[in-house]
Design a protein around this ligand. Sequence first.
Ligand code: HEC
Length: 412
Amino acid sequence: MRAAFIGAGVAALLAAGGALFLGAQTPRQRTDPIAKLSQRLEQGEATLEYKGRFGYLESLLKELDIHPDSQVLVFSRTSLQQDKINPKSPRAIYFNDTVQVGYVQNGTVFELVAADPIDGLAFYTLPTQRTDRPRFDTDRSLCIACHGYAWVSQAFVANTYPGVDGTPAFLGGDLFHVTTHRTPFEERWGGWYVTGTHGKMRHLGNAVARNPYRPIELETENTQNLTRLDSKFDTSQYLTPHSDIVALMTLEHQTRAVYLMTALSAQFRAAASPEFPAARRPTEATLNAAVEDLVSYLTFADEIELTSPIKGTSTFTQTFPKRGPRDSKGRSLRDFNLKTRLFEYPLSYMLYTDIFDTMHPVALERVSRRLYEVLSGQDQSPAFARLPLERRRAALEIVRATKPNLPDYWRR
Ligand code: HEC
């Protein structure tokens, strides 16, 4: 099964390979937070402390400025160390805006990714075994079979239909069914644990398909509005007992944002490159559609509406907004709504990342201009009709007050 699964990944990658821009893979000095930590370890400016049951994990998260309350747990056998993952031994993922760390019980490596402006993702592993000199490995060949995608590689949250041992039913089509804030609630989180309450809304998390002959019929008993997971597995084996629903929705939003930003840049590079085969060069119409897609994504214009309030179980809902920045009225793009939508203001905090700022210059200029038209209310077309003008204005005021490197016309 395992070989077949990875085999399918390679096939999917080759299929997508037609669109991959291989020129993007030239080696270069990386500047992401993991590369920086790696350098600090090399130069003896940082060390990783090996401690107790979790080894380097806590120290690693601390050095990368990742809060343990971001923990989300996935139990489908879908990733690198899948022989060690199952519903009794889920894999934990910890994250901040641009870095994700994967931790598997008794795993041989920590799996890490950082958002990368050119390749979409930079991949790293760190051996879990105690050594005098813990060092990252940058070999990505094992990773892109599953994380490679059209134009750039991607991190993602995906929906699967896991059997009792966590093995997902393969349904044909795309290898992974990526979910985002645009995905209906009832089609999300198969294969994931989810702690938190969500009223009458239903999701696919916390559940397996008991009958192998009905692989997409997930159990419904004891799977919704769960605030504890002790009945499912030994939660003491993890840094926290949570797989917080708000953290999961945040990870889902931001991983896709990174993919859309970096894939857009790759398409603009391809369009401008004489070396890129003319037949596959993106047309103006393709570029336009990709710009509009990103603008609608970053403004949550087509986010699904929450029909019940959401409440997480960990401290994530409190600590995430504390990262700010805030304007003089105390407002932040990181403020949650959680009643009818994920965030209060219709503009993603991912604008603060260097992934946004280092987009291909033409892509950046076009996306910035469109964002401004939407937020200022100049654009009142149906695509953005769900965003009330006063919330758009609030988002514009916040970003004006908190993001230094905006184009001049944003300040008018
Ligand atoms: C067999 C497929 C597969 C391979 C190979 C693989 N991954 Fe993943 N990875 C996944 C899937 C699927 C997810 C989404 C969460 C899940 O289902 O576990 C994921 C998620 C992750 C995450 C959490 C962030 C996210 O995307 O949700 C990290 C970090 C990660 N992988 C790192 C790596 C690294 C580093 C490598 C190579 C050393 C690698 N992966 C190889 C399938 C794979």
